[in-house]
Design a protein around this ligand. Structure first.
Ligand code: BTN
Length: 267
C-alpha cells in the first residue's frame, strides 16, 4: 500500500487501516493536495492500477462535479476520494452503477447519522432534508464496446459547518446533521470505509445483472418520488426509477417519460 501521510490529517490517514480491518484490501493512495482524485484514478487505471484502489485527497485544486461544474471543498474538512473499479460490463450498466454508488454513499451517511434520513436524488446526489450533503461523479473508460474501468469520485461534506452564501440554504454536512440529531461527531475514515464496503458489496452484482436486487433499497431511498420536478424537456411528477436506471416522470398531460440523463430539479 502506498501511503504518503504528510499533510493528511491523522483521522483520514487511518482510512487504509480501517479498510484492511474490514477485509477490504484495495491499495490506498493518500494525497495532501492533488488536482482531482478522479483524474488521478483515471491516470492510474491506464497504468494498470488494480480494482478497488482508493485515491484520497485532503484538498483538490481542480475538483470536478457533474455537468462541467467545479467541486470546491476547504482543505482538511471533508471527504474527497475516488474508487477505481475494474468492471468489464456493457455501457448500458453505467447508469445503474452510478445509482448504486449514490446508494452506498447514502447508506454510509445514514450509518453515521441515522435520524438524518439521507436520500438519493437521481441520478446520484445525496440529500438530507432537501440539502446536498454529497455528490458522486462516475466516469468510465471503454475498451472496444465494453467498459474497462469505472472511476467513482465522491465528495462528502463531513466537517464543514459554514457554507458560502450561494450554497448556505442548499448544502449541509454530516457534522451539522450529527449536531442537529444528537449523534456523535463524524469520523471521516469510518464513513469512507462504509462507502467502500457498500461498493464492494453491490457493484459487481449490478454490473453483471443490473439493478434488480438493489431496486427496492433504491426506491426506499429515492428523494424525488412523488415530487414535482423540472427536467430538460418539461415538468411533471417523479414516479420512481426503472430497472435501467432512468427516472420516470409523469408529465402534466399524463404521459410517462423516462429521463436517461441531465439535471432534474424539484420545483
Ligand atoms: C457532483 O455533485 O457534481 C459530483 C461531485 C463529485 C466530487 C468528487 S470529489 C472527489 C472526486 N474528484 C473530483 O474531481 N470529483 C469527485
Amino acid at each position: 500500500m502506498r501511503q504518503d501521510v504528510r499533510g493528511v490529517h491523522p483521522d483520514l490517514a487511518r482510512a487504509g487501516e480501517l479498510l484492511r480491518e474490514r477485509g477490504l484490501d484495495g491499495e490506498v493512495r493518500l494525497f495532501a493536495e492533488i488536482e482531482s482524485t478522479n483524474d488521478e484514478a483515471k491516470r492510474a487505471a491506464k497504468e494498470g492500477a488494480a480494482h478497488g484502489t482508493v485515491f484520497i485527497a485532503e484538498s483538490q485544486t481542480k475538483g470536478r462535479g457533474r455537468q462541467g461544474r467545479t467541486w470546491v471543498s476547504p482543505p482538511g474538512e471533508n471527504l474527497l476520494f475516488s474508487v477505481l473499479l475494474r468492471l468489464a460490463c456493457a455501457p448500458a450498466r453505467l447508469p445503474p452503477l452510478a445509482l448504486v454508488c449514490g446508494l452506498a454513499v447514502r447508506d454510509a451517511i445514514a450509518r453515521a447519522v441515522p435520524a438524518a434520513e439521507p436520500k438519493v436524488k437521481w441520478p446520484n446526489d445525496v440529500l438530507v432534508g432537501g440539502r446536498k450533503i454529497s455528490g458522486v461523479l462516475v466516469e468510465a473508460t471503454l475498451s472496444g464496446s465494453r467498459v474497462d474501468a469505472v472511476v467513482v469520485g465522491i465528495g462528502i461534506n463531513v466537517y464543514t459547518r459554514t457554507f458560502p452564501d450561494e450554497l448556505a440554504d442548499r448544502a449541509t454536512s454530516v457534522a451539522l446533521e450529527a449536531a442537529r440529531h444528537g449523534a456523535p461527531p463524524p469520523d471521516r475514515a469510518a464513513i469512507l470505509a462504509d462507502v467502500v464496503a457498500g461498493l464492494d458489496r453491490d457493484v459487481a452484482h449490478v454490473a453483471a445483472r443490473g439493478l434488480g436486487l438493489v431496486h427496492a433499497r433504491l426506491t426506499a431511498a429515492d428523494a424525488l418520488v412523488g415530487a414535482r420536478v423540472a427536467f430538460e424537456a418539461g415538468t411533471g411528477i417523479a414516479r420512481g426509477i426503472d430497472l435501467d436506471g432512468r427516472l420516470l416522470v409523469e408529465t402534466d398531460d399524463g404521459t410517462k417519460v423516462r429521463v436517461a440523463a441531465g439535471e432534474v430539479v424539484p420545483t
